[in-house]
Write a protein that binds this ligand. Structure first.
Ligand SMILES: NC(=O)C1=CN([C@@H]2O[C@H](COP(=O)(O)OP(=O)(O)OC[C@H]3O[C@@H](n4cnc5c(N)ncnc54)[C@H](OP(=O)(O)O)[C@@H]3O)[C@@H](O)[C@H]2O)C=CC1
Ligand SMILES: N[C@@H](CC=O)C(=O)O
Length: 437
């Protein structure tokens, strides 16, 4: 320990999250002292550009472009990685462990890909590795799973785990803001990743769902096991039909575990308007966790942004320091309990929405209905409208809302629709969620 009064931390990164961490350390020092019995100091901050104007109060002497000034600084006990990226961050963290420093990170890209390796390195060096901020920003969801619900058997985790896309979808749906403008706002507010493709294509949410599924189900889910689709090619027409049908569009992560089989996906989903997640707006996230004993729980809060994310980082820093002060190794990684078995499509169920462009001719509708009937997929709702008045006799837009069916039947009917002559084009299709169960 650097001294028996204050504890020193070093940061890798001083952007949106790093600045929030500095702010919290400065403005909540009394809370930290009360909780820990000592203060928390910052003794080194790695940045890329020393000349950048920073809106945080940091002694310029502590800024450096040399990672060794943090990783091998004998005064620093805890390294906080908030620089993002994968390879460099991974190397820095491995070096920090080798120098017997504990690590707190907000980096879901890294944990989703190299979590097992980093846990191993932490264990070998008797160091802590904590990453509460990596999933759902300011919501203490990882601690909720690993502490609060640790004695339960978790069956389902479902939620909105990306702030940027939720912000974009809310703006598009509620205010009709065009996609590009809404994305720009989310970037300006510091919610988006350095490359926002990861947000809008669903990859950021997929990384978080992989981390959640591993922790909730104790099975080694990989990023590759998560089926992903994003929001970048959504059309306003579907939002409009959604409104008519009482649905709200959200990017939803779904992870289920039953009979020791797992399924994890991230996709734009139509939520029925009474679904509790339908009213989670802007950068807010919410995660449902269903456990065998506890039943339904919901975790809700800001999923991105400087101070909310810094709160999660600092909760880990406080845990690590408490472990240090108590002289215990708080590294809580346990090997997965269950071998990974992915659920087969015939055992996965959902309700679906299709938007079809159909040739407006006699018998077309009967042909389409028969494709669904052959697979025993029944309809909950059907809407039909001409595409444009001048095309009245050529194409009609048909919206089909099915009852629940298996994923293999959904895939089969989708293929059949794409191959039948009366269907000019399958314009879009989405999963629908009615209940949390
Ligand atoms: N923004 C958010 O709301 C959330 C972000 N996260 C995660 O937190 C991490 C940080 O995100 P965020 O703060 O938004 O990112 P920013 O892009 O705002 O900040 C990154 C910081 O790291 C520094 N940096 C980046 N690469 C290097 C490098 N190679 N060498 C030295 N310094 C480097 C930058 O230096 P410089 O300032 O000189 O350019 C900058 O200070 C990411 O892993 C992100 O996924 C997690 C939850 C929420
Ligand atoms: N880009 C992420 C930041 C937090 O993890 C998001 O928008 O959720």
């Amino acid at each position: 320990m650097s001294s028996n009064s204050n504890i020193s931390v070093g940061l890798l990164g001083l952007g949106t999250v790093g600045s929030g961490v500095i702010n919290l350390i400065e403005n909540h020092q009394e809370e930290l002292v009360h909780e820990l019995g000592c203060g928390v100091n910052v003794k080194g901050v790695l940045v890329r550009n020393l000349d950048k104007t920073r809106d945080v109060n940091i002694n310029p002497e502590y800024l450096t472009t040399n990672p060794e000034d943090v990783l091998n600084n004998p005064e620093i006990d805890v390294v906080i990685e908030v620089m993002g990226g994968i390879e460099e961050a991974r190397n820095h963290i491995l070096k920090a462990f080798a120098a017997k420093k504990h690590v707190v990170t907000a980096n879901k890209d890294l944990i989703a890909l190299h979590g097992a390796e980093l846990h191993q390195a932490a264990s070998e060096n008797k160091c802590d590795l904590l990453y509460e901020a990596s999933v759902a920003g300011g919501i203490p969801i990882l601690r909720g799973l690993s502490d609060g619900l640790v004695a339960d058997k978790i069956q389902k985790v479902m939620g909105i785990v990306n702030g940027t896309t939720n912000y974009i979808l809310t703006k598009m749906d509620d205010e009709g803001v065009p996609y590009d403008d809404a994305l720009k706002e989310a970037q300006e507010l510091g919610f988006a990743e350095a490359d926002p493709t990861a947000d809008v294509e669903g990859l950021d949410a997929a990384r978080k769902m992989a981390i959640l599924a591993r922790l909730a189900f104790s099975t080694p889910v990989d990023l590759n096991d998560v089926e992903v689709s994003g929001i970048s090619d959504l059309e306003l027409t579907d939002f409009q039909y959604g409104k008519k049908l009482g649905f709200t569009m959200k990017l939803i992560g779904i992870a289920n575990f039953d009979n020791n089989q797992v399924e994890v996906s991230v996709q734009p989903v139509f939520l029925k308007s009474d679904h509790p997640l339908a009213n989670v707006k802007n950068e807010y996230n919410a995660v449902y966790v269903n456990g065998e004993a506890v039943g339904e729980t919901m975790f809700y809060g800001p999923g991105a942004g400087s101070l909310p994310t810094a709160t999660a980082v600092m909760s880990d820093v406080v845990s690590v320091i408490k472990n240090k002060l108590l002289g215990v190794n708080g590294h809580r990684f346990t090997k997965p309990r269950f071998e990974k078995v992915l659920k087969k499509p015939e055992n996965r169920y959902g309700q679906f929405y299709f938007r079809l462009h159909v040739k407006d001719e006699v018998g077309a509708f009967t042909t389409i209905s028969s494709l669904f009937n052959q697979l025993n997929i029944s309809f909950e709702r059907i809407l039909q409208a001409p595409i444009k008045p001048e095309n009245r006799n050529e194409l009609a837009e048909v919206i089909v809302v099915t009852h629940e069916t298996s994923l293999d039947k959904f895939k089969k009917v989708l293929e059949d629709l794409q191959n039948v002559e009366v269907v000019e084009e399958v314009k879009s299709y989405f999963r629908i969620e009615g209940d949390v169960e």
